[in-house]
Design a protein around this ligand. Structure first.
Ligand code: ACO
Length: 327
């Protein structure tokens, strides 16, 4: 069974409540209908009910079982504004600004999750990644003990020996420090277990393997490897490794003899966002792998981003992943 089908089945077995802030948008409405019909999650869409109904009618989509909440008139708006003011006042937010912010579905949705009125959030079909991430980072923040929110892609290769893999970070931290890179690695290993159902073998990728090249970018990956070992001593993690040394057994064992990871890695940690973002897209487009994400990791409650080019099925899959994270 494909990994995404296993995730759908998990979501159906323990139904969570997911909010879709972009509720006036066609693909979100169509996805909401599919999700509710398949019993993957309970759904609240945010938006003006008349507009939501009009968009649903245009595509002949049934809104049965979908809750519609209008942030502009919601009875919870005042309590959310008060809570948001308390969270952000130290950063200079005024009560008036907080009230204005919660009328924006992107903030209202994040407040629903923060206040426990929804288990998770999915948005980004009509917002940039930055605009989607900022409210989540400012309000939901990191899980206890984690210093950095990052992201991963759940990849499924059609090449049997590779199968399910985790790629990180492909969407959030443009130029991570060594410490951030180590945090990304530890969080990606956790995502591998919880979403990918695989025992993580983490490769810290570079253009160098075990000192074969000298450069400040290589030094950063070497430092990150050391920090990650300190953070999670039990984790199977090796670095720095070139991509072939990470995933091709003969190359891995030649360049890092005796390593449990080199040649067998299933979690690939890219040295920065340029490499990560380009890397997952190469594997998706040229390698014809399925790519699910970006999936936020290290955040206190699940909030996930969509690509603006997403399909209805992409939204359904992201909601299922978010629901499983919420379990
Ligand atoms: N982890 C935890 N908290 C964070 C992180 C992080 N990685 N990044 C920012 N924050 C927090 C900050 O501490 C700050 O909190 P505070 O206001 O309480 O002090 C808040 O979030 C806002 O921080 P800023 O520095 O103002 O946010 P910034 O403008 O740097 O935006 C963002 C952060 C949106 C993640 C930015 O780094 C970004 O745009 N990343 C790239 C996103 C992107 O374009 N990805 C590629 C496309 S996605 C794709 O192709 C699938």
């Amino acid at each position: 069974m494909a990994i995404i089908d296993r995730i759908m089945a998990k979501a159906q077995a323990n139904v969570k409540h997911i909010v879709l802030p972009e509720g006036e948008e066609t693909r979100n409405i169509q996805a909401a209908a599919k999700i509710v019909k398949a019993g993957i999650a309970k759904i609240t869409v945010l938006g003006n009910p008349e507009k939501v109904k009009a968009v649903a009618a245009e595509t002949d989509t049934c809104l049965c079982g979908i809750e519609i909440v209008d942030p502009a008139t919601s009875e919870k708006a005042v309590s959310y504004a008060n809570a948001l003011y308390e969270i952000r006042k130290a950063k200079g937010m005024t009560e008036e600004e907080a009230a204005k912010k919660v009328a924006d579905p992107m903030f209202y949705g994040v407040m629903m999750v923060k206040m426990g009125d929804a288990d998770g959030l999915v948005s980004g079909a009509i917002h940039s990644t930055g605009d989607m991430l900022r409210p989540a980072l400012q309000i939901i923040k990191c899980k206890p003990g984690i210093k950095t929110v990052s992201s991963c892609f759940l990849m499924e290769s059609p090449i049997e020996e590779y199968g399910v893999m985790i790629f990180a970070d492909c969407a959030v931290i443009p130029n991570p420090t060594a410490e951030e890179l180590a945090n990304i690695a530890v969080a990606a290993a956790e995502s591998a277990k919880s979403l990918g159902e695989i025992e993580p073998k983490v490769a810290m990728l570079s253009f160098s393997t075990k000192g074969s090249a000298k450069h400040e970018n290589v030094t950063k990956v070497q430092e990150a490897t050391k920090i990650a070992h300190e953070l999670a001593p039990e984790l199977k993690l090796d670095g720095e490794l070139q991509l072939d040394a990470a995933i091709v057994p003969e190359v891995g064992q030649l360049k890092s003899p005796g390593s449990e990871v080199a040649g067998y890695a299933n979690v690939l940690v890219f040295p920065d966002l340029q490499a990560g973002n380009i890397g997952y897209k190469l594997v998706q487009r040229l390698g014809k792998a399925e790519a699910y994400g970006p999936i936020l990791q290290g955040i206190a409650k699940p909030c996930n981003d969509l690509s603006r080019g997403c399909s209805v099925d992409d939204i359904v899959a992201t909601v299922a992943i978010t629901a499983v994270q919420a379990q």
